[in-house]
Design a protein around this ligand. Structure first.
Ligand SMILES: Nc1ncnc2c1ncn2[C@@H]1O[C@H](COP(=O)(O)OP(=O)(O)O)[C@@H](O)[C@H]1O
Ligand SMILES: [Mg+2]
Length: 257
């Protein structure tokens, strides 16, 4: 049986929202509609709209409402920013800029910054050779200074997580935090496996907000293991690769994000 890949962000988010513990880590997520965008902007002031079948951060748009401004509505796609006086003007342009595919709307999380650049984390969770889920690696991704996504393929820079969180946590706090994130990774994998029984690995994109609360932005099935080659600690990638070979990831299968 081949390894399962689930592309739909909706299908995966639904599983997490159905779990009483995991749902607390998922930002409010709804389908893309004019009324939803308007309502979520009122509620959260900043939201992300993203393709349900997207990768590499492509097509992702950050929409904001700032009541203090003379142009309260704005959004950014790629490096381009647009601002508007009214919601309707903004929404008209948003529909033009957005790709012609299905989108979802998600509560925006204000990411922590490192040297003025936003960052989030990727947690790699794999079936180990004993068929148990294990969080095998964690890596930070620092956004390109002019972009709203942290993806490596959009100019993001991979960095060790402890370097990024040093300014926010003592080393003792970091140890506890690391353990909790790894547990969140395993819990997420177990929940997804119930619905998608042939998954062998997941890569979770986790945002950390200013209260240091972790949020699951999305889960990737068949995530890119080679990202972890960028870590100075070579043993992380070695283990990831070893596990992946053990469950047959590289037998005539394309590398995917
Ligand atoms: N709700 C959100 N709040 C803040 N940033 C987000 C949010 N959703 C996505 N992002 C940013 O956009 C990036 C790409 O979004 P993601 O959902 O992971 O789609 P993709 O499949 O294209 O990687 C994330 O890694 C993160 O940097
Ligand atoms: Mg992602």
């Amino acid at each position: 049986m081949p390894i399962q890949r689930v592309r739909s962000k909706w299908a995966k988010t639904d599983v997490l929202l159905a779990d009483p513990i995991l749902r607390e880590y998922v930002p409010s997520t709804r389908s893309f509609e004019q009324s939803t965008v308007k309502q979520m902007l009122e509620q959260y002031a900043m939201i992300y709209v993203k393709p349900i079948h997207g990768t590499f951060g492509s097509g992702v748009i950050r929409v904001e409402k700032n009541s203090e401004s003379s142009t309260p509505y704005s959004f950014q796609s790629g490096e381009t920013k647009y601002s508007f006086g009214t919601f309707n003007e903004m929404f008209r342009k948003l529909q033009k800029v957005k790709k012609r595919k299905a989108y979802l709307t998600q509560q925006g999380i204000e990411l922590l910054k490192y040297n003025g650049r936003r960052f989030d984390l990727r947690i790699m969770v794999q079936k180990n050779p004993q068929s148990q889920w294990e969080s095998t690696g964690m890596i930070g991704r620092v956004a390109h200074p002019r972009k709203i996504v942290t993806n490596y393929h959009a100019g993001g820079t991979p960095m060790p997580v402890n370097t990024l969180l040093k300014a926010f946590l003592s080393s003792e706090q970091w140890n506890r935090y690391d353990t909790n994130l790894r547990k969140l990774g395993v819990d997420t994998a177990r929940a997804l496996e119930k619905r998608f029984p042939r998954i062998k690995e997941i890569g979770i994109d986790v945002a950390i907000d200013h209260h240091l609360r972790p949020w699951i932005l999305e889960v990737n099935t068949l995530p890119d293991p080679f990202l972890f080659k960028k870590l100075p600690n070579r043993s992380v990638f070695r283990k990831i690769y070893y596990y992946a070979v053990a469950y047959g990831r590289f037998k005539a299968r394309k590398r995917n994000a």
